[in-house]
Ligand binder design. Structure first.
Ligand SMILES: [Zn+2]
Length: 105
């Protein structure tokens, strides 16, 4: 995978303050810690914000494929929202960048 600049490449690989999810082509940053819901006792996920521009070189990042990914998954017959176990059943190519590269997105 090519990224916009060396700094982005370094941060994704070494620093981990920004994450890249290849299956949805999403660059994101965690902006909130996980916390326990006092009503249900369940641990709620961290807040994740998607990035549109690279914070270092300023280039516009490629359009994320978040919605497209969920559309594909629904077409495969999965019901949304996904259950944790569903992720083990999703075909492997949809868990990587393979599916959107094949479609030329
Ligand atoms: Zn950059």
């Amino acid at each position: 995978m090519n990224h916009c600049c060396k700094k982005m490449f370094f941060v994704l690989k070494e620093d981990h303050s920004i994450f890249y999810q290849s299956r949805t082509r999403t660059y994101h940053v965690i902006t909130g810690r996980s916390f326990v819901d006092t009503n249900t006792g369940e641990k709620t996920r961290e807040v994740v914000d998607r990035l549109v521009f690279c914070p270092w070189c300023g280039k516009k990042l490629p359009k994320d494929l978040w919605n497209e990914w969920y559309d594909e998954i629904e077409e495969l017959g999965f019901e949304l929202p996904l259950e944790p176990d569903d992720y083990n059943k999703i075909p492997k190519e949809y868990m990587t960048e393979e599916w959107w590269k094949k479609k030329g997105l």
